[in-house]
Design a protein. Structure first.
Length: 617
């Protein structure tokens, strides 16, 4: 009723509305030509609302709105808010941060080409998103062969006296040693951009022209390098299939529907040639019409892509077609046409994309079904072999990692329903154990895990902690200890002390893959081909990987600690500036107080501290 009353005071202007839950999270974002009419429609008596909308209204406790000057501004704002908040009740293209992009850092003096999963407004060029990481890596390998751009990770190049190995094997142009001029390097970067945009014909012409110029200037070695690049690109062009005689840049988008999900297939056609394809899934689409699903996809997909073609062919007519076409035209700075062809060659292209979307959907459904059957079978095997009352839905595994007792750490890895639950992984830095003592380290780890579970449960009961804040209250059905009887005994002792001895616990020894149970002299031997054993091996290997990764991180931090960190008043910023100004530590040692004080972020007091430190040493 509060929301219904609030909706009466909303203006009849274009804008965006946001529903929020009791925690203040945005759970739905929508746009409207008239905010007043659209929002009030949610509360009209007798209005038939989809089940998803009804569920959203039950959760919503607050409503906000943002007025815009036009419907176009409302569309752009809606796209950006959905991308920022990822609302629960909006139909979402899978979080773009989980998809890989190819990034060309044209905002740097000497740009790099690399993969990223974060799209920032930093002036760089992003190509993607891509659903197949393998294809992205293969593209990068190809680019490195054809266009030898630098692969070092520094944004600003540190001058070097000698180039690295990549230069000598012709995989880098050596900008760090001033072996190439900045304008020539950026010409190569522009050629990479042309390649990634699918404009290989333009790239071929450009390379051919540069090769001829190099030959005229008697730069035969350079001309030979350009010839090799030209031949490599021409081979790629030959493999691409001509699918359109229009010779324009097109995207073809088609859809196949499954139960409460849809698969969207995008064909990328550049200059009439099919250069690639990607597929995406939208979930929670059961109550939507086909045109609504396509509209949502087009808005979200082109809101996160760098390149918009001049023509987009769709298998379904979309809502607000003119508005979205105008928005895309603004993004491209040229007129973009959206078409839903009914006959002719363009309709055949859409049909081809539709068939591929259906095949991809069917393959995904079959793979999921096979995966579910394999997981259910593995959990059933574990229930029988370990003498459990029911299949274990939550498995936790613990491992210890150290080198001669230094930087000892432990990992806690969780599988739920047979799959990794990475948001519930935890890691521990061992506090009370000195030296290489895996038994004591395991006891500390298990003790801390279950004592924390008790503490959080008490806080929940008193209302001092929310379920979302709790990290250890969810208890496992089975605990797996990476190790034999010694580690298992230490873990059981800690669980008994904390009052959790009722939880089934087993040790998994590495060499013979035997399971040890408390109070049972003979080990449990599962067949090597057992799906249950294979699941436990994956769990154990994941725990080992997680522990080793944390241990290496701590060890690297310790080993890379600079001697400058020991000087009072020298922090990360001053240390970085000192190393920028001087080639090495010896140069810093030999610098005078006056010279040190001139370094950015330094002052006389800090300079004196550095000077006196090395003199006292």
């Amino acid at each position: 009723m509060v929301l219904a009353e609030k909706s009466k005071n909303i203006p009849a202007r274009p804008g965006v509305y946001l529903y929020k839950d009791e925690d203040g999270r945005v759970i739905y974002v929508g746009k409207a030509v008239s905010l007043k009419n659209r929002v009030r429609s949610y509360f009209q008596n007798g209005a038939k609302q989809a089940a998803k909308v009804q569920a959203m209204l039950k959760k919503a406790v607050d409503l906000e709105y943002i007025v815009t000057d036009s419907e176009m501004e409302a569309l752009i704002l809606e796209n950006n808010l959905i991308k920022e908040h990822r609302p629960k009740y909006n139909i979402l293209l899978k979080d773009d941060k989980t998809y890989p992009y190819i990034k060309v850092s044209v905002n740097e003096d000497f740009p790099r080409v690399y993969t990223t999963r974060r799209v920032l407004k930093d002036g760089a060029k992003y190509f993607g998103p891509f659903t197949q990481v393998g294809a992205v890596n293969e593209t990068l390998r190809l680019l490195k062969k054809i266009f030898p751009l630098r692969t070092c990770k520094q944004r600003e190049l540190t001058p070097r006296e000698r180039p690295c190995l990549n230069y000598h094997i012709k995989r880098c142009l050596g900008p760090c040693c001033n072996l190439i001029e900045r304008n020539l390097y950026r010409e190569t970067v522009q050629e990479v951009v042309l390649f990634l945009e699918g404009r290989q014909e333009d790239l071929v012409k450009r390379l051919r022209q540069r090769m001829a110029e190099a030959a005229e200037n008697l730069e035969f070695e350079r001309a030979a390098e350009l010839r090799d690049q030209l031949l490599a690109v021409e081979k790629i062009v030959e493999r691409q299939k001509i699918v359109s005689t229009d010779l324009v840049d097109q995207d073809v988008v088609a859809m196949a529907r499954g139960f409460d999900e849809a698969c969207l297939m995008v064909f990328f056609i550049r200059g009439g040639k099919l250069i690639g394809r990607e597929h995406y899934f939208l979930e929670g689409t059961d109550t939507l019409e086909r045109g609504e699903i396509m509209t949502i996809f087009v808005q979200q997909f082109y809101n996160q892509t760098e390149f918009v073609p001049v023509e987009i062919l769709l298998s379904e007519e979309i809502q607000d077609e003119k508005l979205i076409s105008d928005w895309l035209s603004e993004l491209r700075a040229r007129r973009v046409q959206i078409k839903t062809p009914k006959r002719g060659d363009k309709q055949k292209l859409v049909e081809m994309a539709s068939q591929n979307a259906l095949l991809t959907l069917e393959q995904a459904q079959l793979a999921r079904q096979a995966g579910r059957e394999a997981v259910d079978g593995a959990l059933a095997e574990l229930m029988a072999a370990l003498g459990l009352q029911q299949p274990p839905q939550r498995l936790e595994c613990y491992d210890i990692s150290n080198i001669q007792g230094t930087e000892t750490v432990a990992s806690m890895v969780v599988f739920e329903g047979g799959k990794p639950a990475k948001d519930q992984y935890r890691r521990f830095k061992i506090r009370t154990v000195e030296g290489p003592n895996d038994f004591a380290s395991m006891k500390e780890t298990i003790g801390r895990r279950f004592s924390r579970a008790k503490e959080e449960q008490a806080l929940l009961e008193r209302g001092e902690l929310t379920a979302k804040q709790a990290k250890f209250t969810r208890l496992p059905d089975v605990v797996i200890i990476d190790g034999g009887k010694g580690q298992l005994s230490a873990a059981r002792e800690a669980m008994l002390e904390q009052g959790f001895a009722h939880i089934a616990t087993f040790g998994l020894a590495k060499e013979e893959e035997l399971l040890f149970a408390p109070g049972r002299p003979d080990p449990i031997r599962l067949p090597r081909e057992s799906r249950g054993l294979q699941m436990l091996q994956r769990l154990r290997d994941e725990a080992h990987r997680f522990a080793v990764t944390y241990h290496r991180k701590l060890r690297s931090q310790r080993n890379l600690k600079s001697v400058l960190d020991e000087i009072e008043g020298i922090g990360a910023v001053r240390r970085r500036e000192l190393y920028k100004a001087y080639k090495n530590l010896d140069a810093i040692k030999n610098a005078s107080v006056e010279e040190l004080a001139k370094i950015p972020s330094m002052n006389t007091r800090a300079a004196e501290a550095v000077y006196e430190y090395f003199r006292s040493e």
